[in-house]
Design a protein around this ligand. Structure first.
Ligand code: SAM
Length: 319
């Protein structure tokens, strides 16, 4: 999984609104380096990590602030960059002073991403029944029947906060009745497999092309007792998979869903569900057409921002 960072150098005054703009455009997290945070820091104190602090030893800005936002490869940067710049330009209309701000785009160094997003990652109730909880936060359920997905996504995609993940969890909540078998294609952090188990799905197999994701998914399955019998392995789409399932879920880019349509058709029984997400609005018609051409019935489409999810079903005798 490749990540891109967008770095905005600006004034301390606009750290919050700039962070919000960057998150609105699909960032999975932001890192903030704000000179103001260091103004009151005194040498010789014990800091957050119980270490002895010497101001001069900490690499930080002496004036202004730098906000770095991290975007997964599902976000097409040339598409969001003009909107970000336009919204930064509008800050003055709200009486805020972003100074002579600068915007830079870079590929992410893995070590930065692995921890940076944690600041903006908190428990989030994604659906009626499912709440995603970072593994380092304590959380007590707030409503009856609320089920938790405990996660430390590390370098894998799937904090549960991205619209494409939310749409997938919503689709699962719509179709699951309990006891079904399921395959999760492109499991990332394992979030959908764990969510499915919490909704009552029976046997789950999870696959990802990326070995880093497979490892992250396994660690997350270990954090969730309900998910302990899920099988996770490296695999390219459903190549070589012969055992079918009643539900196949995939939150992957539209281009990658297209070759999956035939594979899913072959592995699903009549009335089996094919749940897809990760579909940006301009690819939606193409993905619907490919699924209908294959014979799937589109039962429901879900939309959040620029993203679509599709609940498709292999028809049975009644159709
Ligand atoms: C958008 S993320 C979804 C992660 C998680 N399922 C979620 O819903 O948040 C897509 C995942 O698909 C994986 N992937 C991409 N191409 C794949 C392929 N050909 N076969 C299997 N997995 C793939 C990526 O490594 C990534 O982890």
């Amino acid at each position: 999984m490749k990540w891109t960072e967008i770095e905005v150098t600006t004034t301390s005054e606009v750290v919050e609104p700039v962070s919000n703009i960057l998150m609105d455009e699909g960032a999975s997290g932001v890192k903030i380096d704000d000179a103001k945070d260091f103004d009151n820091l005194e040498d010789g104190k014990f800091g957050e990590l119980s270490g002895y602090i010497k101001k001069a030893d900490i690499d930080h800005l002496n004036s202004g602030a730098k906000i770095t936002a991290y975007y997964p490869e599902t976000i097409f940067i040339p598409e969001i960059l003009p909107t970000i710049k336009q919204r930064l330009g509008q800050l003055r209309e709200f009486g805020l002073n972003p100074g002579n701000y600068q915007v830079e785009t870079k590929e992410v160094a893995e070590s930065d991403w692995a921890t940076a997003w944690k600041k903006y990652y908190h428990p989030v109730r994604v659906t009626r029944f499912l709440t995603v909880v970072p593994s380092w936060e304590k959380y007590d359920t707030t409503v009856t029947d609320e089920k938790l997905i405990v996660l430390d996504p590390g370098m894998a995609f799937g904090t549960g906060t991205h619209p494409t993940t939310k749409l997938s969890l919503m689709a699962l909540e719509t179709v699951v009745r309990g006891g079904e078998s399921m395959i999760d294609v492109g499991t990332g952090s394992g979030v959908l497999s764990i969510g499915a188990k919490q909704l009552g799905v029976g046997d789950v197999r999870a696959y990802d092309l990326d070995e880093v994701a497979v490892k992250a998914a396994q660690s997350n399955l270990d954090l969730n007792p309900v998910a302990k019998d899920i099988q996770v392995a490296a695999n390219d789409l459903l190549n070589g998979i012969e055992e079918g399932a009643q539900i196949i879920v995939a939150n992957i880019l539209a281009e990658i869903i297209l070759p999956l349509v035939l594979q899913a058709w072959d592995l699903l029984p009549e009335n089996g569900y094919f749940l897809t997400s990760g579909i940006i609005n301009k690819k939606f018609d193409e993905v619907v057409a490919a699924q209908e051409k294959q014979g799937f019935k589109i039962r429901q489409t879900l939309k959040m921002g620029d993203w679509y999810g599709i609940i498709a079903q292999k028809p049975g005798d009644d159709d």
